[in-house]
Design a protein around this ligand. Structure first.
Ligand SMILES: *Cc1c(COP(=O)(O)O)cnc(C)c1O
Length: 381
């Protein structure tokens, strides 16, 4: 049996990727060149949207989406607590306030009923997080947004390539955000994207990623002028051609990788069915699951061990695992700044005590899955 360290996630880079990057390095444009548009068009095409805007990372994409909403101080945006801190941080960047909604106990996706309870006169938007790679209940969220005149935004950093009732992730909300960090489905090293059908949103985010300037250097060149105006406060959130060339090359492999991830999740499901007290999250019919991560809940009463002991025991057996996530409302910053605390989102808090992310990446074998499940069996026996 192999004793090599098995990480919980790992990127796959092949010779095509390396060639694509070196081609850019030998070309005239390292940034704001043709590879950016090529990558944007390729992502828009799989997301089924009119527009895509590449940004420096997934967090910048979320920041850009919040900027597009033109939020004012005091405005509120509903965010599920069980997500990466960046989802809620993006709301604070634009001087608005995140309101934390609880999650569904089976899927750990935002609970539309809890989101509805958090709506106030100041609420402007809901950010749906497709936790683990499974699309949220978008029909329910869309109804909620229509009834209360809110904008639906998707943090789809886990779910590129998935679909909901036949519609691709990216086309399910007014603005959707992707990340291309190496643990995600496809990587550009660092990178992100916002997709939307709304041209004014796309224009606003393009300006925002380039210091708030009305013309980038390509457009000035075309217009044969040095002149540009800074019309809003923006950032340098551009993604370089080097990154985008890698993205285009990686994207070609996305479909095959998702199929492989679904196959691995199937192996886990079968093997885990023989263990008691370790349950995968529930999946709902009508959605395809991109399996960014494979999360189980470990019931300490049934298994006799707490999740933390399982995490340590897997480490001792050279198996990496992780916990996604510490509920955002429990982070010290949020407790101090917004006065959030234990009891605000009881379902997310109970889940946090039990969840463990098992290794899952396209190059894993059925033998790797057996090794993980055998280790879980030993630890919990
Ligand atoms: C990865 C991730 C982000 C942030 O993306 P970066 O590219 O790391 O900035 C935001 N939200 C979720 C749910 C993520 O998984």
């Amino acid at each position: 049996m192999s004793n090599e360290f098995l990480p919980y996630g790992r990127q796959a880079i092949d010779d095509d990727d390396i060639e694509a990057v070196t081609r850019v390095l030998r070309s005239d444009f390292l940034t704001t060149g043709p590879a950016v548009q090529e990558f944007e068009q390729a992502v828009a095409s799989i997301a089924g949207t009119e527009h895509a805007v590449a940004l420096a990372n997934g967090t910048a994409a979320l920041h850009g989406a919040m900027h597009a909403l033109d939020l004012e101080p005091g405005d509120e945006v509903i965010v599920p607590s069980l997500t990466f801190a960046a989802t809620a941080n993006a709301v604070l960047f634009e001087r608005a306030r995140p309101a934390f909604a609880d999650v569904d106990p089976g899927s750990l996706l935002i609970d539309p009923a809890s989101a509805e309870e958090r709506i106030s006169e100041k609420t402007r938007a809901i950010i749906a997080v497709d936790y683990a790679g499974q699309p949220c209940d978008y029909d329910a969220l869309q109804d909620l947004c229509e009834d209360h005149e809110l904008t639906l935004v998707a943090d789809a950093c886990h779910s590129i390539g998935a679909s909901y009732r036949g519609r691709p992730v990216g086309s399910l909300a007014e603005l959707s955000c992707f990340s291309f960090h190496p643990v995600k489905h496809i990587t550009t090293g660092e990178g992100g994207m916002v997709v939307t059908d709304d041209e004014s949103h796309a224009e606003r985010i393009r300006r925002f990623r380039n210091h708030g300037l009305n013309l980038d250097h390509q457009q000035r060149n075309e217009n044969q002028t040095y002149r540009y105006d800074m019309v809003t406060l923006g950032y340098n959130y551009r993604l370089s051609d080097i990154h985008c060339a890698l993205g285009v090359s990686q994207l070609r492999k996305l479909k095959g990788w998702i199929e492989k991830r679904q196959e691995i999740a199937g192996w886990y499901g079968e093997a885990l069915a023989k263990l008691t007290g370790i349950e995968p999250l529930t999946t709902h019919a009508g959605a395809s699951h991109a399996y960014h991560i494979f999360v189980v809940r470990i019931d300490s009463e049934t298994t006799g061990v707490h999740r933390d002991e399982v995490y340590d025991a897997l480490r001792q057996r050279s198996i990496g695992s992780n916990v996604h996530y510490i509920p955002t409302h429990l982070h010290p910053y949020y407790q101090e700044k917004l006065g959030t605390g234990p009891g605000d989102c009881p379902v997310a808090e109970a889940a946090y005590d039990e969840i463990l992310t098992l290794p899952l990446f396209p190059r894993m074998t059925e033998g790797d899955v057996s090794r993980v499940v055998r280790a879980l069996d030993e630890v919990t026996a």
